[in-house]
Design a protein around this ligand. Structure first.
Ligand SMILES: C[S@@+](CC[C@H](N)C(=O)[O-])C[C@H]1O[C@@H](n2cnc3c(N)ncnc32)[C@H](O)[C@@H]1O
Length: 441
């Protein structure tokens, strides 16, 4: 190992460092990349220009394969004014200049291209559901000292910059309104430690906050730090404070309702990005089960705290599976308290131990909502099983299409596809796909 590392070092030492092309140039933007940057072709290199639109002629400052707009010489007729003053630096939104129609076109095109790449025969059968501005209920802010005060912001377009935020058009206003007071309260800790992040989730009755990157042993806090943490939970609307996901103070437990059942998720629990998209997706899943008169039980794979499990239980029996113990515990507790006897819950790592055919064959349908990486092995098991209805909720159009192709090859058809735009102005798209096995084919 040591030998091969040394060889590698020697080899790279002998190689001439690649020259990064820099300088001003006039370019034409020919298309948009997957992240929403405009692309100009320069000496056979694709140069990505943030905020540029197809058809535009621009003067840019080029550094390698990145370009920065210096002047717009000919603007696209589609160009819209940015929705917020941080648009040119903040890395959170890359699509503000496209306007609502352009953004929808761009996202639908991303999905269509991913489906075509996998030769997945599919039509987008339902109009895209788009969340309003200021609806995102989870955000992670960088905190840093600036003069005598504490600033908060998001990662900039260039990965190591942070951009100080004054307003944000995607995050819920309850979060943005609390941030100045929260940053101020955390001053003594931020002054002592660099690289802190504050994760904030907005629940119906208030905020759940989690301080990340803090080397703070709760037993080792000095008086200033203890006062600082106590001051954060005195900020209006704060329900709970955790350090690195470990509960520290909880004046009131955050909770919300799924399918009429009250659930108290643990610190750092997964929630869909907005309440509006959560309701839209729950309704698509339920309608699909009802319309096909599915007989339970249904398996809800990657169930989290029960976003889909509990609404499904209003219709039939359901078993929820997820790897994260505290999420599964919160769902189990909610089910017991509500005496909801149609729900069973199992902790299971579905990447290491996907449900096998014999287990899957007991279910009338399977709902799954995996992380971005998709569910390659679980889908292969589903393809080999006797299950005829798979409802796939996905936050990644590429892995959705890859997994969909496996189902298609096993005789499934993608009969319904609903795009859900729950990440406004960012190049991400959620979708709900209904796969039905055509046994006659
Ligand atoms: C996109 S979230 C969906 C959660 C839930 N369906 C919802 O809508 O709130 C993905 C879920 O997958 C779970 N997960 C991640 N890796 C897993 C694994 N290896 N096995 C089972 N569940 C996993 C996470 O805990 C998370 O709850």
């Amino acid at each position: 190992m040591a030998q091969s590392k040394r060889n590698r070092r020697n080899r790279s030492a002998g190689r001439k460092p690649k020259k990064v092309v820099t300088g001003e140039a006039e370019v034409e933007i020919t298309e948009l990349g997957d992240q929403g940057d405009g692309i100009a072709l320069m000496d056979e290199t694709r140069v990505f220009v943030a905020g540029a639109l197809p058809g535009e002629i621009l003067r840019i400052q080029r550094t390698g394969n990145r370009g920065e707009i210096l002047r717009i010489l000919q603007a696209s007729p589609d160009r819209q004014a940015a929705r917020c003053p941080h648009d040119s630096q903040c890395g959170g939104c890359t699509l503000q200049r496209l306007g609502p129609e352009g953004e929808a076109r761009f996202k639908l095109d991303l999905l269509a291209k991913a489906l075509a790449r996998e030769r997945l025969t599919a039509a987008i059968t339902h109009p895209m559901f788009t969340v309003p501005e200021r609806a995102r209920r989870r955000a992670s802010f960088a905190l840093w000292q600036e003069g005598d005060g504490i600033a908060f912001g998001f990662q900039g377009r260039r990965s190591h910059d942070v951009v100080k935020l004054e307003e944000c058009v995607v995050i819920r206003s309850e979060i943005m309104e609390a941030m100045p007071a929260l940053s101020k309260a955390l001053g003594p800790i931020v002054r002592r430690q660099k690289g802190l992040k504050l994760e904030v989730t907005c629940y119906p009755r208030g905020l759940d906050i989690n301080l990340v990157g803090a080397k703070l042993d709760p037993l080792d806090l000095d008086i200033d730090e203890m006062n600082s943490l106590a001051a954060t939970v005195a900020v209006s609307g704060v329900l709970r404070l955790s350090l690195e996901g470990v509960l520290y103070l909880e004046p009131r437990a955050p909770s919300l309702t799924f399918g009429g059942v009250n659930v108290a998720p643990p610190p750092g629990a997964f929630l869909q990005a907005t309440e509006e998209s959560e309701v839209a997706m729950q309704s698509r899943v339920l309608r699909a089960l009802r319309a096909r008169n599915v007989k339970g039980p249904v398996a809800d794979l990657f169930c989290g705290c029960g976003t889909f499990t509990l609404p499904i239980a209003q219709y039939c029996e359901v078993v929820g599976f997820d790897a994260q113990e505290d999420q599964i515990d919160s769902l189990r507790t909610a089910v017991q308290r509500a005496a909801q006897n149609r729900v069973q819950v199992e902790r299971r790592d579905l990447y290491r131990r996907p449900l096998v055919e014999q287990e899957l064959n007991k279910f009338g349908a399977v709902v799954l909502d995996p992380p971005r990486a998709g569910a390659k092995d679980q889908i292969a098991r589903l393809a080999a099983s006797e299950v005829d209805l798979v409802i796939y909720v996905s936050c990644d159009h590429k892995t959705f299409s890859r997994d969909g192709r496996t189902l298609q090859e096993a005789g499934f058809e993608l009969t319904e596809l609903t795009p859900v735009d729950q990440f406004r102005y960012a190049a991400h798209l959620e979708c709900v796909g209904i796969f039905e096995r055509n046994r006659k084919a």
